[in-house]
Design a protein around this ligand. Sequence first.
Ligand code: NAD
Length: 236
Amino acid sequence: MSTVALITGAASGIGAAVTRRLSAGGAKCVLVDLDGEGAERLAKEVGGVALAADVSTEEASRQAVDLAAGAYGRLDLVHLNAGISSGVDLNAFDAARYRKAVGVNVDGVVYGVAAALPLLRRSGGGAIVVTASLAGLVGYDGDPIYTMTKHAVVGLVRALAPPLVKEHIRISAVCPGFTDTPLVADARELFVSAGFPLLEADEVAAAVESAFYSEETGSLFVIQPGKQPVPYRYAG
Ligand code: NAD
């Protein structure tokens, strides 16, 4: 019986790298992305199934889990990864941008967890990994609203881990530093010219894969270039 994985934001960057890794390891993947064509293309490449959907709607997560159930009959791994920068300037506030960032980065994770849990339970347990960020652990002033959304999902992971593990469902978060994906394309030249090392998407994907199988439920894995992922511990 193959492992079945659901990945959001699967068409690009970290989600695409995770999809390729899990598929290479024999998993059947359900790819969810706003970019339906990109998700469909990668699904063809890896032999999975794709759903064009906006994770900030509750319906998207339900449809994605239904697709996993219909195509493969079970669900083992869930990577809640879709995310965006907010671009919100609190001195020139744009409520629509704010709502959009919270919708994708927070609602998308909450809806994903809620929709996946029943099928994970019916499958005998499994694991959820959320892509947070170093900005989920420290106050990144480059994008305070993004930082807030990532702190929110870190809180969710920490609070859910103890009750879920009793049902054989592990949940953890990866907290990457800047990673070379289209998300940071605008700032890429700045990083490179400053000699600032960027993570490769596949380095983060490797950490996501090991987080899926880690017994350290509730952990927040800090990922930095060239280093092994380190479980982050809160003081106190
Ligand atoms: P990316 O832009 O390459 O990929 C994000 C994917 O999510 C895209 O395919 C996009 O179409 C999809 N997406 C965006 N909004 C969506 C929505 N509403 N519904 C469904 N899909 C949607 O970016 P990435 O760097 O791979 O980002 C993946 C995750 O990693 C995000 O949560 C991001 O916040 C996080 N992260 C990125 C970095 C970085 O430096 N790149 C660092 C830390 C954390």
